[in-house]
Design a protein around this ligand. Structure first.
Ligand code: UT7
Length: 335
């Protein structure tokens, strides 16, 4: 097995901000409620004419440039998304063509907000085993397209964005150290779009009932999230031979500040070791972890050699954690 990790990272978020005060004019809510219950102050919304692939491409171009890797070198492309451009074909195939990546394996991965960590795990296994050489992993979601803008219990929570990483060989002891993925389908209905699939094809009845929008039993997901963020982090650390004290930076899925703080407290990780940007972007689903990682690099908080844990949870219900030693290592890693 060859050491494999993240060679480059990029993210892209729309310019248009939707603030809590804007939402006060749209639904029966308040800045005070949203801030105290979630920590979110504003989120980004993509222009109407743009789709998830457009944002995936923007993030991917930055990640490729950061890695110094050309599209022609990519032999595996995974797009984690719950809001693909179409039901068919996959957004990955559209992104592949737009980026000029050769006719290689490209597919979408559906694990809700855990999608990026799932995709990173798949790319890590694929490259470290020698089956593939360089993978492009993208987490991209436009949640603004699937929330009901009249449902205050969901529309205040989400935002749009994309993040991407290039996965390839690193120096020994760098890159992904361990991963841990899981799913508990008994919670499938707590975060669901009821209509538009084979169970209930989209029709006039579904339209009238608003069943084509995202529905969530918020407090069920909340309880699950607090528990699983701690459990998944502890398990991935165990697999990596590390403890919470060894983590330089904890990069949790950005859904709710209360979930992040509760998990960090249980793990004994102090504020200065946690990446938080939920106040500016809301929950961007599969994009949230790569955006947080990208910002941490830009801000100089995440540096070569740092040991980090990225952990997410989402629809399924699913969870995923990855422990990494950041960077390529001495001499820029292997070719
Ligand atoms: O990536 C995974 C995606 N999902 C999540 O991460 C969601 C996890 N869950 C949560 O973050 C929280 O459960 C929420 C933020 C969604 C809700 O917070 P909560 O403390 O669990 O509130 P609640 O659902 O128990 O609702 C409390 C009250 C309700 O009113 P009543 O029934 O007590 O009168 C809601 O109707 O707050 C009301 N409410 C609102 N009020 C003002 C719900 N949404 C709003 C709103 N503004 N936007």
């Amino acid at each position: 097995m060859r050491p494999t990790g993240i060679l480059g990272i990029g993210y892209a978020v729309p310019e248009e901000k939707l603030t809590n005060f804007d939402l006060e004019k749209m639904v029966d809510t308040s800045d005070e409620w949203i801030t105290t219950r979630t920590g979110i102050k504003e989120r980004r919304i993509a222009p109407r004419h743009e789709a998830t692939s457009d944002w995936a491409v923007k993030a991917a171009e930055k990640a490729l440039a950061d890695a110094g890797v050309s599209p022609g070198e990519i032999d595996l492309l995974i797009v984690a998304t719950a809001t693909g451009d179409y039901q068919v074909p996959s957004t990955a195939s559209i992104v592949q063509h737009r980026l000029g990546i050769p006719d290689t394996a490209a597919y979408d991965l559906g694990a809700g907000c855990s999608g990026f960590v799932y995709a990173l795990d798949q790319a890590w296994h694929a490259v470290r085993s020698g089956g593939y050489n360089k993978a492009l992993v993208i987490g991209a979601d436009l949640l603004s397209r699937i929330v009901n803008w009249r449902d205050r219990s969901t529309c205040v929570l989400f935002g749009d964005g994309a993040g991407a990483v290039v996965v390839g060989e690193t120096a020994p002891d760098y890159g992904v150290l361990a991963t841990y993925l899981g799913s508990d389908g008994s919670g499938a209905e707590s975060l669901i779009i009821p209509a538009g699939g084979s169970r209930k094809p989209f029709d006039e009845e579904a339209l009238a009932a608003g069943e084509h929008y995202l529905r969530m039993t918020g407090n069920e997901v909340f309880k699950f999230a607090v528990r699983i963020m701690e459990d998944a982090t502890r398990e991935v650390l165990r697999r990596a031979g590390l403890t919470p004290d060894d983590i330089d930076l904890f990069v949790p899925h950005q859904a709710n500040i209360r979930i992040i703080e509760a998990a960090a407290k249980r793990l004994g990780v102090e504020e200065d070791r946690i990446v938080v940007n939920v106040q500016r972007y809301g929950n961007t689903s599969a994009a949230s972890i790569p955006i947080a990682l990208g910002e941490a690099v830009e801000e100089g908080r995440l540096k070569e050699g740092h040991r980090i844990v990225a952990v997410g949870f989402g629809a399924g219900l699913t969870w995923g954690a990855a422990a990494l030693r950041w960077g390529r290592g001495p001499a820029g890693g292997a070719p």
